[in-house]
Ligand binder design. Structure first.
Ligand code: PEP
Ligand code: MG
Length: 902
């Protein structure tokens, strides 16, 4: 009967039956124990109960039919392999019962060791251990403690207190100072605790212990901490855990026993060598508890040369087999080495690149596989300077890591002060509640930006990322007093000039100066480190893998840049053009006055004069950018934000005017400004007079910009610089809007380029859902599309991009409505669908239509894969994300099984 059920549904696998690719069924630990067993490595015999069994148990609260019999059958095999019976009074087999899910969930689920010990077999264990009574009673008390806590929910502190009482009575502080009699007494005390809480005696029947321990491990899948961990790590909730039942081996049987962990390479740097720790005469849990200090693994060579040599040869074998860095847990029982666990080890970003490069050199993997083994998030980490952190630095606040990096400087609260101090050579951190376009100069001058409001797509975050500047946003523990030039955090007041350090990766804020290390990878991208001539394994590995990614990728990578300096840097980082030049950024600084004149113009003449004054300035901007991007396309977007963003805030202006009037000053100009601000005030500026709407309402504005672009292209052509301008119209929702702008633009371009022909394309952003849904019509009038996924996400979800991340996204993430902010990584199903529809319908109407993306998602690793799949021609992102996008575009090809298509 049992045999038949085993055939029908197999719930239990001997280690000799599984392999490393069965993680879904056997969990990571079980699959790898099976793999090592099949490699002939010294793994203690055992078996794995599948995740299927766990799922069945959790759904009904009972063991699925046949499980008990299958366990009996495997247990019998295990007993005969060991030549002992579970819990035999004279010579007991003891087993450990350990969880092991598909994805590692360290310490989240349960383990019970020494199953099989009872009042009789403890005596047999002592005899087996050469009369070592202390060891036997210590093992028994550990079983009762673990079993009580894990299986029967006895409060763990009660056992701790009982242990403390025995130590106190004896006047010792260390567990190791307790002898066999003390531990025997402790077993009695533990049993009393057990029965007080459970209303029953500690189970003496070994098989009952085993079954209850297995059920407890199943149930630990749904323990609160495991649920929380899965949510954080985005591990699906329905996988279940496998259970491994393994013959116990003991590292605490004397000086010729011990336990350790090892890595086949350094998981921090990737350097080759032996890395690990060893603790003689101990069990794994003693290492975790830190009772005694471990020694470096190398010292095992002196203690036990035979085991050490065997371990090294196993490690080499495992690396060759897994073709990757492995981490290992082992135990030595009286000079005999046992492998308790292995898995492909976690590593730092730097180690990921270095190891991938080494494995290629060693012929273990090819470059496609190396590319697959690293990722853009790791590369991004390597591109930012880092803090050298040690214990003395504790963060005082934590906000959102909005733009990575490590910045240290004196606190300033206004843009003007930032500029002033920076001019004196000071490094400053600009602290604001939130930033607006007025702060741009201050942001440029600052080393980093710290705000108490706003999320990852707030103004501060987007602009800082664009500049590659460190930014922590939404640090709402900061109580900022701008007029008072100070902020208060955790009861401490930080005033202008005090030094703070901000970590844009973790969002942490520190008081004082934390030491910083620059990024070698950026120095390499900047061209100041030559990979052929330096002895830096990381830079060489990055160079090699990037070169391979570039050879593989189909997507082109452009940059979002509005200045010549950004364009030049992005080009060094590998940008193949500009995908978004936001012209409104050129209307700030000294030019604000001209923009004010334009906005306040009382008649056509005043307006034309203002535009005429702006024209040469804009032209010079474009000449500079075209020159830096000589030979590469530059997409210039016509002005997008509402004009009142260029005027002072309403409240501030109203107060200034009132105060000046009170003093009897001449306020005619301020009053005109105030009335313009009032006139233009909108409840929902993001949905108001901006983008193409502005161009259709303010005569001459777009025309001036188009003229400046065309004239710049002509000027460049005359100087032998090949510009490839692409004029992009923002916020188009209907083809008629685009047609109107386009026909006027074409006339201007024709006129300007009559004598010096240059090609200028005219296309549109697709960032309003209606544009995506009518892309077939819009494509008739557009020579290219570029998806503005920031606005498309804002309008697709109806989420205000400046507000929602700080306001309620935490709750959405907690509820699992989405796993990551849709402003950070493209929402494939919703917003992504709009991208897909527009791409298909746009290309159906205009075959070969050039399509890219210039929203923040263009530099997000996950989203780059999506844009590759949809078939876009390019992604465009901030200069610092260009290498990340290049890498991910190459990975996208490798991962979809594509081949070199360039
Ligand atoms: C966008 O909306 O995605 C975009 C690129 O434009 P902006 O961020 O300037 O609105
Ligand atoms: Mg937009």
């Amino acid at each position: 009967m049992a045999g038949q059920q085993a055939v029908e549904h197999k719930y239990v696998y001997d280690f000799s039956e599984g392999n490393k690719d069965q993680k879904d069924l056997l969990g990571g630990k079980g699959a790898n124990l099976a793999e090592m067993t099949n490699l002939g490595l010294p793994v203690p015999p055992g078996f794995t109960i599948t995740t299927e069994a766990c799922k069945a148990y959790l759904s009904t609260g009972e063991e699925p039919a046949g499980l008990g019999d299958q366990i009996s059958a495997r247990l019998a095999t295990l007993e005969s392999a060991m030549g002992k019976r579970l819990g035999d009074p004279d010579d007991p087999l003891l087993v450990s019962v350990r969880s092991g899910a598909k994805f590692s969930m360290p310490g989240m689920m349960e383990t019970v060791l020494n199953v099989g010990l009872n009042d009789r077999s403890v005596v047999g264990l002592s005899a087996q251990a050469g009369g070592n009574d202390r060891f036997a009673w210590d093992s028994y008390r550990r079983l009762i403690q673990m079993f009580g806590k894990t299986v029967c929910e006895v409060p763990g502190e009660e056992f701790e207190h009982a242990l403390d009482d025995v130590k106190r009575a004896k006047g010792v502080t260390n567990d190791l100072d307790l002898d066999a009699d003390d531990l025997r007494g402790l077993v009695d005390a533990y049993k009393r605790i057990f029965s007080k809480h459970t209303g029953r005696e500690f189970p003496q029947e070994p098989r009952e212990q085993l079954d209850l321990a297995i059920h407890a491990v199943f149930e630990s899948w749904n323990a609160d901490r495991a649920v929380l961990y899965r949510r954080q790590e985005r591990i699906p909730a329905d996988l279940g855990t496998a259970v491994n039942v393994v013959a116990m081996v003991f590292g605490n049987l004397g000086p010729d026993s011990g336990t350790g962990v090892a890595f086949t390479r350094d998981p921090a740097s990737g350097a080759q060598g032996i890395y690990g720790d060893y603790l003689a005469n101990a069990q794994g849990e003693d290492v975790v508890a830190g009772i005694r200090n471990t020694v470096p693994l190398q010292e095992l060579e002196q203690l036990d040369k035979k085991s050490y040599d065997e371990l090294l040869s196993i490690m080499a074998r495992l690396e060759e087999h897994y073709k990757d860095l492995c981490d290992i847990e082992f135990t030595i029982e009286r000079g005999k080495l046992w492998m308790l666990q292995t898995r492909v080890g976690k590593r730092t970003a730097a180690a990921a690149f270095v190891i991938a490069g080494q494995l290629v050199d060693e012929g273990l993997i090819d470059l496609d596989e190396a590319l697959h083994r690293v990722n853009g998030a790791q590369l991004a980490q390597l591109m930012f300077p880092r803090f050298k952190l040690d214990h003395e630095f504790q963060p005082v606040a934590k906000g959102i890591g909005a733009s990575p990096g490590a910045a240290v400087g004196k606190v300033v609260f206004t843009s003007a002060r930032a500029v002033e101090l920076a001019a004196e050579g000071e490094s400053v951190i600009l602290v604001r509640r939130e930033t607006n376009p007025d702060d741009l100069n201050g942001m440029i001058a600052a080393q980093g930006i710290l705000t108490s409001r706003g999320g990852k797509t707030s103004h501060a975050a987007v602009v800082a990322r664009g500049m590659g500047k460190t930014c922590v946003s939404g640090a709402d523990d900061l109580d900022i007093d701008i007029p008072g030039r100070k902020f208060v955090v955790g009861g401490q007041t930080v005033s202008e000039g005090d030094v703070v350090s901000i970590d844009g990766t973790t969002g942490k804020v520190f008081l004082g100066e934390v030491p910083v290390m620059p990024s070698e990878v950026v120095q390499y991208f900047e061209g100041s480190l030559d990979p052929a001539h330096i002895d830096n394994a990381l830079v060489r590995a990055v160079h090699r893998i990037m070169t391979h990614a570039d050879g593989k990728r189909r997507l082109r990578v452009r940059t979002n840049a509005d200045t010549g300096a950004d364009a030049a840097r992005a080009r060094r980082f590998g940008a193949e053009g500009i995908g978004l030049c936001r012209t409104e950024h050129m209307f700030l600084g000294d030019r604000k006055e001209l923009v004010e004149r334009l906005i306040l113009a009382r008649d056509g003449k005043e307006r034309d004069d203002a535009l005429a004054a702006l024209l040469p300035l804009q032209r010079a901007d474009f000449v500079e950018i075209f020159r830096e991007m000589d030979g590469l396309p530059v997409t210039v977007r016509l002005i997008d934000p509402p004009l009142h963003e260029f005027l002072p805030p309403l409240e501030q202006l109203a107060v200034n005017v009132a105060v000046a009037q009170e003093r009897g000053e001449d306020v005619a100009k301020e009053e005109a400004l105030l009335s313009a601000v009032r006139r233009m005030h909108e409840q929902n500026p993001m949905l108001g007079l901006r983008g193409v709407r502005l161009g259709l309402v303010i005569p001459g504005l777009f025309a001036m910009q188009v003229r400046a672009i065309a004239e710049a292209a002509v000027e460049c052509a005359k100087q032998g610089v090949r510009s490839c301008p692409e004029i992009m119209v923002p916020l188009v929702g209907a083809v008629q809007e685009l047609e109107t702008v386009r026909s006027e633009a074409e006339k201007i371009i024709a006129e300007v380029t009559r004598e010096q022909p240059v090609d200028v394309l005219i296309g549109t952003m697709i960032e309003v859902p209606r544009a995506a849904l009518t892309a077939g019509q819009i494509a008739e009038a557009a020579q290219f599309f570029s998806f503005g996924t920031n606005d498309l996400t804002q309008m697709g979800w109806g989420f205000s991009r400046d507000d929602v991340e700080g306001a309620f996204f935490w709750r959405y993430l907690e509820l699992g409505i989405f796993g990551i902010s849709p402003f950070e990584s493209i929402d494939r199903e919703g917003v992504g669908r709009l991208v897909r529809i527009a791409t298909e319908e746009g290309r159906a109407a205009r075959p070969g239509l050039k399509i890219g993306v210039c929203g923040e998602h263009g530099g997000d690793p996950e989203s780059v894969h999506f844009f590759h799949e949809v078939g876009l021609d390019y992604v465009s992102c901030s200069p610092f994300r260009v290498p990340v996008a290049r890498l991910e575009a190459g990975r996208a090809v490798v991962e979809t099984g594509g081949s070199d298509s360039r």
